[in-house]
Ligand binder design. Structure first.
Ligand code: C5P
Length: 226
């Protein structure tokens, strides 16, 4: 077989990253973080001194960057020309400008094609793939075997992200998190619609679910489809 392909989209803090990795590890298949590819491209441009407002130069960088995605869900990795950049792409410096790169319409089709190819390669070599992002269910892999839009209330998403990034949920931390994720989601929504599910995409609301319950809900959907 060519392997099962699972696509999971959603806004920041919906739980899609941790759930996607756990589901892929449980099924013993590969994992692709498409958001990490936008972050890596952003990191590459800043490192190479490419002006993020130069839309053509940034689009050309997609083919030029020596990006390697490590797709083991238990140890996913992102490297650029052999240099691990996992920590570098998770900084506020990148989070603050990644939407500028992701809303560049000359960039998106190029990264989407690369993601489509990668999903097929990983699925074929690892027996399947879970790919997560903002437009995997709609643009990258609308033909995936399982398509899920993972959502959660703004309150739940803020609390989760705040714990992750700031280690707590007091008012100052929540305010900082709100500025970071709500603004980014708003900018991202101008180019991909990940707040409402497209036709044939199952919405999974994780607001009231524990991590383990969310994982089980996705596994049930995968079992039903395969
Ligand atoms: O998921 P993550 O927060 O790491 O994604 C980083 C950024 O990459 C998002 O804010 C968005 O701008 C972009 N992105 C995208 N399409 C995807 C995945 C991520 O535009 N499929």
């Amino acid at each position: 077989s060519n392997g099962v392909r699972v696509a999971i989209d959603g806004p920041s803090g919906s739980g899609k990253s941790s759930v996607s990795k756990k589901v892929a590890a449980h099924l013993g298949i590969g994992y692709l973080d498409t958001g990490a590819m936008y972050r890596a491209l952003t990191w590459y441009c800043l490192d190479a001194g490419i002006d993020l407002d130069d839309t053509e130069a940034v689009a050309d960088a997609v083919a030029a960057m020596p990006l390697e995605m490590g797709t083991d869900p238990k140890a996913p990795s992102v490297s650029m020309g052999g240099k691990p950049i996992d920590a570098d792409i998770r900084t506020t410096r990148i989070a603050e400008v990644v939407s500028k790169v992701a809303t560049n319409l000359a960039v998106r089709p190029k990264l989407q094609q690369r993601q489509r190819d990668l999903m097929r390669e990983i699925a074929a070599s690892s027996g399947g793939v879970v790919a997560e992002g903002r437009d995997v269910t709609t643009v990258v892999a609308p033909d995936a075997d399982v398509r899920i839009l993972m959502v959660a209330s703004e309150e739940a998403r803020l609390a989760r992200r705040s714990k992750e990034v700031h280690g707590g949920v007091d008012e100052t931390m929540l305010a900082a998190t709100r500025a970071q994720i709500v603004d980014r989601d708003k900018a991202d929504s101008t180019v991909s619609s990940f707040m409402t599910a497209a036709d044939g995409v199952v919405t999974l609301d994780t607001s009231e679910l524990t991590f383990q319950q969310s994982v089980e809900a996705v596994l049930t959907l995968v079992e039903r489809a395969t």
